[in-house]
Write a protein that binds this ligand. Structure first.
Ligand code: PLP
Length: 459
């Protein structure tokens, strides 16, 4: 008999989570103004709000923390992290930051001026926020397949190279500080970018004299997909693929809360000394001295260890197979989601589930609330609430897709939890015809409203 798959780790410490009753959850979600961000985490049984900073650290990461050097300048922990970053990514220079968006802030402060144009494959929301905050423009050049949830393309995070070249042709190179390559493409559903596509981007970058930034939160998951799906990479070790990926970039920003499996942390890394030097001042004013930049020594140690563990094949196989397992369960039940399953999450296609809820009543949010009330599971809306209002007309923007994202934390839940999630979703799916009304806004902030929004049932 062929042996089944099993995780390459065992559990040394556990945290109790509690089930609740439907009546309790109905009261709690009302109290939270129907905003899942407003729920106390104790009132959630399985939390799939995000895979960011929610992973379980290993015994080696915890023991590395005990050896943290908390010196203000030149700490051992800094040099340990520097060596690890160079070993894993090939970048010789880096600046620590407290998380990924802080790395964007440091890099973009030195890089971007008003009216600049930054083409990319669906910029992550904080990346876009940092670009637009500087009155520059993020231009999406993702392939069209990314927005068709039924299309089974292996590299749905790819650039449309024609779209990219149009942008590079249209604007003078002084106006394009860099191309932003996001691996994996989070916005498109944790979908990977192929090495071939990255090479295509690099060829265009070279032709037009533009630098490449890799927004790298899930670079290891991207490398795993390349190994599994791209011709010529099956035999290559993950770390070799990772180094090849980064060999095409001039700099990277990293949210260590994702593939480096720590609860907090980030960094920017650089190929060219002059870019690194220009960013030092911003690190000092926004984050801290250049050898700690918002991180304690112990956290840099845990991050260094996490970078090594996060780029091990066996770990990545367990991680990505678990997300795929949830996808298979949904296939069994006929529940539609962004195909194929992504690296870090399943994105349920809410428009295809709740066909009777009008878009003005927030379809994906409605599905998220139903799933919470059904079973105490918390996902997150990627739909009209997140898309916010048009800054000029103040009208609601309705994106093409209404998705409920179920992000899977790293090394946290077992496949029994996954079975529970799938069953809960099936129960909601089975009664989908009875869900005809959604929610209306009772209170919202002018930007990034989804975090704090207050809703009420539509009548
Ligand atoms: C999470 C993330 C960021 C921002 O990182 P934080 O650590 O949350 O500040 C940037 N880009 C991508 C692709 C991300 O997934």
């Amino acid at each position: 008999m062929e042996l089944p798959f099993a995780e390459p780790y065992k559990i040394k410490m556990v945290e109790t989570i509690r089930k609740s009753s439907r009546t309790e959850r109905e009261a709690w979600i009302k109290e939270a103004d129907y905003n899942l961000f407003n729920l106390k985490s104790e009132r959630v049984f399985i939390d799939l709000l995000t895979d960011s900073g929610t992973g379980a650290m290993s015994d080696r990461q915890w023991s590395a923390m005990m050896e943290g050097d908390e010196s203000y300048a030149g700490a051992r922990s800094y040099y340990r992290l520097k060596e690890t970053i160079e070993e894993v990514t090939g970048f010789p220079l880096f600046l620590p930051t407290h998380q990924g968006r802080a790395a964007e802030n440091v890099l973009f402060s030195s890089l971007i001026k008003a009216n600049d144009v930054l083409p990319g494959n669906a910029h992550f929301d904080t990346t876009k926020g940092h670009i637009e905050f500087r009155k520059a423009h993020a231009v999406d050049c993702t392939i069209a397949e990314a927005y068709d949830t039924t299309c089974e393309s292996p590299f749905k995070g790819n650039f449309d190279l024609n779209k990219l070249e149009e942008v590079l042709k249209k604007y003078p190179k002084e106006q394009i500080p860099c191309i932003v390559v996001t691996i994996t493409n989070n916005t498109a559903g944790g979908q990977p970018v192929s090495m071939e596509n990255i090479k295509g981007v690099a060829a265009l970058a070279q032709k037009y004299g533009i630098k490449i930034l890799m927004d790298s939160a899930r670079f290891a998951e991207n490398a795993y997909f390349i190994k599994m799906r791209e011709k010529g990479y099956a035999e290559k070790p993950i770390r070799e693929i990772v180094r090849e990926l980064f060999s095409y970039a001039d700099f990277m920003t990293m949210s260590s809360k994702k593939d480096a499996i720590v609860n907090m942390g980030g960094f920017a890394a650089f190929r060219h000394r002059e870019d690194w030097e220009k960013c030092q001042m911003y690190t000092i004013i926004y984050e801290g001295f250049i050898t700690y930049g918002g991180m304690s020594g112990r956290d840099m140690n845990a991050l260094a260890q996490g970078l090594m563990e996060g780029t091990e094949f066996d770990y990545l196989e367990a991680r990505i197979s678990q997300v795929a397992y949830l996808g298979q369960k949904l296939d069994e039940y006929g529940i539609p989601y962004q195909r194929p399953a992504g690296g870090h999450a399943i994105f349920v296609d809410a428009k295809k589930v709740l066909t009777q809820v009008p878009q003005e009543e927030f379809i994906a949010q409605t599905l998220g609330i139903e799933l919470y009330v059904e079973a105490g599971i918390r996902g997150v809306e990627i739909g009209a609430l997140l898309a916010d209002r048009d800054p000029v007309t103040r009208e609601n923007r309705y994106p093409a897709l209404e998705l409920l994202r179920l992000a899977i934390p790293r090394r946290v839940y077992t496949n029994n939890h996954i079975d529970y999630i799938a069953a809960a979703l099936k129960n909601v799916y089975d009664r989908r015809q009875t869900i005809t009304r959604g929610y209306v806004i009772s209170k919202e902030l002018p930007i990034m409203r989804h975090f704090t929004i207050q809703l009420a049932p539509a009548r």
